[in-house]
Design a protein around this ligand. Structure first.
Ligand code: IDC
Length: 460
């Protein structure tokens, strides 16, 4: 009987009747095009063309559109293979942007000539399907609450799977984003304009909210800081970004010093944010001068408080020696592997400052990555003081390694602090421009160029 069915299936395939034996493939298609004229002059214009794939992932695409005037010509185009036939312009994806996951976008650009009043093209299609901003002509489902196609919209609730962070399709993802500076000092840097820039220009997946506990932080005004953190969680959520709530302990280095404060704080933020998909909890920034056993004991008291209120969120646990997996204290990741925190759905923190932490730290991360789920919740391109010169070579080596291992990261800092680790030049946060290249420091420019590349999050 089996053989007969197989024979029938083969005949059907030959006859092109596969559809009788298997359900028809229902590929969802849909796209959105943002065509922005960035400059215009007598008879010419330059435009940015952002193509977002709203349908199933595509491997190879052609964008087509019609130029409104007869005399209008494509003069030059970039980030695609461009051509013109009559009034139709075509742009085909190239090596590095030919694959577009659901929600992924390619940024193209063109220069055109025109004679009429309006250079804006019409009738955009992607692989022959009209780009109406919806999927198959219907209103797209909106998993992210107004944030379709964003990191949270695509990935949904995260969880730890093996040594990776996985999305709602149970596939590993790497989140790349920025850390705030201390909220007690740099609140003015976190507003609608700066978070829009982080989501739209930096294309960040993640905002780490660094709430210092000491140094004029949480301990001085628990209610005020708790509410500031919640406000930033909401602002990240509205833009489809994840938020890491960082209980930024630093001095003293023993997290148990703040155990009661941690329980109070996390009980409150976990209850308040339990229904959200974008929250990750980081329970101790950088334990130092303290044993792994003491950190583990702290974690095993704080994690149940979070779980009681928000059972499915990922929790990240700081490690010994300023979250160096113990390396800065002359130890190593083996103390954690041999005595892990007794909890599920957790990751361990690793921090580095590229000018201070090099090959032996990279070796530790490479070894640990196959045994422990790791998240680089903080790193600097400079020295561990947060200042000094940027180390481009070491930063690049680090970020290449993290990309390869799919380890998420957040850079210290998305602020205009007068120190070389800051992404913005001093004074930037007094204004409203967070987008132009003129406001970036050397570190900001490097990190932005790394974070803003396409995520290609897996969706099946
Ligand atoms: C630094 C800030 C600096 C501030 C200091 C206060 O950059 O402006 O005066 O904290 O404690 C860390 C810490 C992080 C440090 C950063 C740079 O998590 O709080 O920020 N760093 O020193 N670990 C390694 C480096």
């Amino acid at each position: 009987m089996k053989r007969l069915l197989a024979l029938l299936a083969t005949c059907a395939t030959i006859l092109g009747l596969t559809a009788l034996f298997s359900p028809p493939a229902m590929a969802a298609s849909g796209c959105k095009v943002d065509f922005t004229v960035t400059s215009q002059w007598q008879g010419g214009f330059q435009a940015g063309v952002k193509v977002t794939n709203l349908g199933d992932p595509v491997n190879g695409w052609t964008l087509k559109f019609a130029l409104p005037d007869a005399g209008q010509k494509l003069v030059q185009g970039w980030n695609a293979t461009w051509s013109q036939s009559g009034s139709t312009v075509s742009a085909a994806g190239i090596d590095w942007n030919r694959t577009l996951a659901t929600g992924a976008a390619a940024d193209l650009g063109m220069v055109g000539s025109f004679t009429g009043a309006n250079p804006k093209p019409t009738a955009f299609t992607l692989n022959g399907v009209a780009c109406t901003g919806s999927v198959d002509g219907t209103t797209p489902p909106d998993p992210g609450g107004g944030t379709t196609g964003t990191p949270v919209g695509v990935n949904g609730q995260l969880h730890v799977c093996g040594v990776n962070l996985c999305n709602q399709y149970n596939r590993p993802v790497q989140l790349r984003g920025m850390s705030t500076h201390g909220l007690q000092w740099f609140s003015k840097c976190y507003n609608s304009a700066s978070l829009d820039a982080l989501a739209n220009d930096w294309k960040a997946d993640l905002l780490r909210v660094a709430m210092y506990v000491q140094e004029s932080g949480y301990e001085t005004d628990p209610a005020g800081f708790t509410s500031r953190v919640n406000g930033l969680v909401d602002m990240a959520e509205a833009r489809g970004m994840y938020a890491i709530i960082d209980f930024h302990t630093l001095t003293p280095g023993d997290p148990n010093f703040n155990l009661d404060r941690a329980k109070t704080f996390f009980a409150s933020v976990a209850a308040r944010n339990a229904a959200k998909k974008n929250v990750i909890y980081e329970i101790a920034n950088e334990p130092n001068g303290v044993s792994w056993a003491a950190i583990k004991s702290y974690a095993e008291q704080v994690i149940p408080v979070i779980r009681a209120a928000d059972p499915d969120a990922v929790v990240i646990v700081g490690t010994r020696g300023w979250s160096s997996l113990g390396v800065s204290d002359g130890s190593s990741e083996t103390e954690i592997i041999n005595n892990p925190v007794n909890a599920t759905n957790i990751m361990y923190t690793f921090h580095f400052y590229a000018a201070s932490h090099k090959d032996n730290y990279r070796a530790a991360v490479s070894r640990a990555a196959s045994r422990l789920p790791l998240f680089v919740t903080e790193f600097g391109t400079v020295s561990a003081t947060g200042g000094g010169s940027m180390d481009r070579a070491s930063t690049t080596a680090w970020l290449d390694l993290l990309d390869q291992l799919k380890i998420g990261y957040a850079n210290w800092t998305y602020s205009d602090a007068d120190e070389s680790s800051a992404a913005f030049r001093p004074g930037t946060c007094n204004g409203s421009d967070y987008s132009s290249s003129g406001v970036l420091t050397e570190s900001g420019a490097l990190v932005k160029s790394r974070i803003s590349t396409s995520d290609n999050f897996p969706t099946s």
